[in-house]
Design a protein around this ligand. Structure first.
Ligand code: 4NP
Length: 155
């Protein structure tokens, strides 16, 4: 059993999409008992909201139903999860600062570590202020990264 928490800034674009994609793959492959998936943001300003409508639309076209309600990451998440996967360096800094111990900090990974088809990308870009292409690119990267995580975990 592995528990994975995806983290971005607002928890309304990138991390809930990663969450929904991973849940979808897990269901498709019958890995439901092996993985627990959730997402959170470092910023609390969107708490309780559904993912951004543009992201929900783009995800829905690929068969992903995004129903997560935004929440802020908290210190206790380090006890609740085995891997905390962040989208960019700013998320990394903020999550790292929250880690109760050095051992807990080793649970933090960057999504880019799991890319196989996006060489040259060192982060998942924030699509919030971008046009529609931004959302497609982010979904491509998250599908790539989620596959990479499952490979890393031996699934
Ligand atoms: P996310 O995108 O971190 O991928 O959820 C953002 C959503 C909202 C804001 C920033 C990024 N915001 O500043 O409100």
């Amino acid at each position: 059993m592995k528990r994975i928490l995806f983290v971005c800034l607002g928890n309304i674009c990138r991390s809930p999409a990663a969450d929904g994609i991973m849940q979808h793959i897990v269901r498709q492959r019958g890995l439901g008992g092996d993985l627990v998936i959730d997402s959170a943001g470092t910023y609390a300003g969107h708490t309780g909201e559904l993912p951004d409508a543009r992201m929900r639309r783009a995800a829905s076209r690929r068969g992903y139903d995004l129903t997560h309600r935004a929440r802020q990451i908290r210190e206790e998440d380090f006890a609740g999860f085995d891997m905390i996967v962040v989208m960019d360096d700013m998320n990394y800094e903020n999550v790292h600062r929250l880690a109760p111990s050095r051992e807990d900090a080793r649970k933090i990974f960057r999504m880019r570590e799991f890319f196989r088809r996006h060489p040259g990308w060192s982060y998942v870009p924030d699509p919030y202020y971008e046009g529609a292409e931004g959302f497609e690119l982010v979904l491509d990267m998250l599908e790539d990264g989620c596959e990479g995580i499952l490979e890393y975990l031996g699934n």
